[in-house]
Every structure is written in C-alpha cells, then in structure tokens.
Design a protein around this ligand. Structure first.
Ligand code: 3SL
Ligand code: MG
Length: 235
C-alpha cells in the first residue's frame, strides 16, 4: 500500500483521498455533522451556494443554510461564516449545510475529479479518517493538503503528519517524500495548539480575533465522523 502526501492539491488520485483544510473548512465540516447536519453540499462558487437556498414564506425556517468565508470573514448573504466554534454552538438537525470557502471546498472538488473515495479530514477526526482510509484503500492513500491560495500551509502538513503516523501504526506502507516531510514536521513540532497557532494562517486567524477557532481545530481525534464525498458536490 502506498501513502502519499500532496502539500498542495494536484489531481490524479487513483484510490482514496483524504482532503485536509484544518484551518478551517474541514474542521468546520466535521463540526456541522457533529451538530446534526443531515448533509453538506460543497459548491464551486458562493453564487451557486446562494442559488441553492429555497424561497420560503416570511418566518419559515429554511432546511438549507449557507456557511462560508472569503478572507476569513463571512460571505455576504450567507447564514454562517466558516467557524467551527460558531457551528458547535448551533443545532443543525434536519438541515443541509451548503459550504463555500476560499481553499478547502476547492481542494475537495479537485480531489473528486479523479479520486475513487474522497473523505474530509482534520485533526478533530484524524484517527477516524485514518481508519476509514485504511479500511477503504486497495492501492494508495493520498493525503491532500488544501493550503492557502496555492501556498503550502504548515497547519495542513502538520495534520497530514498526524494522520500519516496513525496510518503507519495500522500497517505497512511505502511512503513518498511528501509523507516524510509531514511526518518530520509532526515529530518536530510541539503540540497541535502550538503547531496551528504558529502557522501563517493560524496567526492570521488570531489577528482577526478568531483564535478560538484555531484552538478548536487543534483538538485531536474528538470526533468519529468522516465526511464522505458521494458524488458531484455532495458530502
Ligand atoms: O481557505 C479556506 O477554505 C478556509 O478554510 C480559510 S479560513 O480559515 O476560513 O479563513
Ligand atoms: Mg486552510
């Protein structure tokens, strides 16, 4: 079995793909499901997301809610930003959450173009994601880091290293240099809060007053939910 870590999304995935945008899209996706969401729809653009909201009579609560960000801030017209802390404070029972974010949802779309089985992974579901990947893969597990605006994100590579460590404890793999880099980062970094807080995007979120989200995203294996792409834009 091969284990590969792509520091940025490339495409050409023959088997299982774990997409990571630990700050914050995949962490928030897991949190929506933890808090009752029936399904997630990852759209290509904010406009597609806005068009998916049904017209309802005044005062009727919508079964479809929109979450997403640009520049870390909520998208105008959306119901929620891209904050796991905000998501954790809500009950999404009976709701479909439509998500659009700058990098994370796009990375999932890239993976879905070729990947046979695409899952969303973060630190909060790291162990469950590793187990699901190991149980599903027949030839290769690719861990794909979303990064930020086509630049490598330390927080994603760190999370990839955590998942790679779990996987190596589950069986034999031949690993690529991306996996070696992720494992080296994981082994030489401090705890997840230090690693995420010390990343460029972690610092940016802190400067936007979103440090609670960074701390939330640094929780390790607190969820057993693994969002699964089931075709098109659905998760
Ligand atoms: O880029 C993304 O998809 C987002 O997760 C970035 S942010 O953390 O919400 O700013
Ligand atoms: Mg990110």
């Amino acid at each position: 079995m091969r284990l590969r870590v792509d520091l940025l999304p490339h495409g050409n995935y023959p088997d299982v793909v774990l997409v990571i945008d630990v700050l914050r899209a995949t962490t928030t996706a897991v949190t929506y499901l933890e808090h009752g969401a029936e399904a997630l729809l990852l759209t290509a653009t904010p406009e597609v997301a806005l068009a998916l909201r049904p017209e309802l009579p005044e005062g009727e609560s919508s079964p479809v809610v929109l979450g997403g960000e640009r520049g870390g801030l909520p998208i105008p017209g959306f119901d929620f930003g891209n904050s796991p802390v905000e998501a954790a404070a809500q009950n999404f029972t009976g709701k479909t959450v439509v998500m659009n974010t700058t990098n994370g949802t796009g990375a999932a779309h890239t993976a879905a173009q070729t990947g046979k089985h695409v899952f969303l992974a973060a630190l909060v579901n790291a162990h469950a994601a590793a187990r699901r990947a190991r149980a599903t893969a027949t030839e290769e597990i690719a861990i794909v880091c979303a990064g930020t605006d086509e630049h490598v994100g330390l927080e994603d590579v760190y999370a990839a290293g955590v998942i790679a460590e779990y996987l190596l404890a589950m069986g034999e793999f031949s690993i690529d240099d991306g996996a070696r880099i992720a494992l080296t980062l994981r082994r030489n970094s401090g705890n997840p809060i230090e690693a995420l807080g010390g990343s460029g995007h972690g610092e940016r979120l802190n400067s936007l007053g979103l440090g609670e989200d960074v701390r939330y995203a640094a929780q390790l294996s607190t969820s057993t939910l693994v969002p699964t792409l089931v075709g098109g834009e659905d998760v």
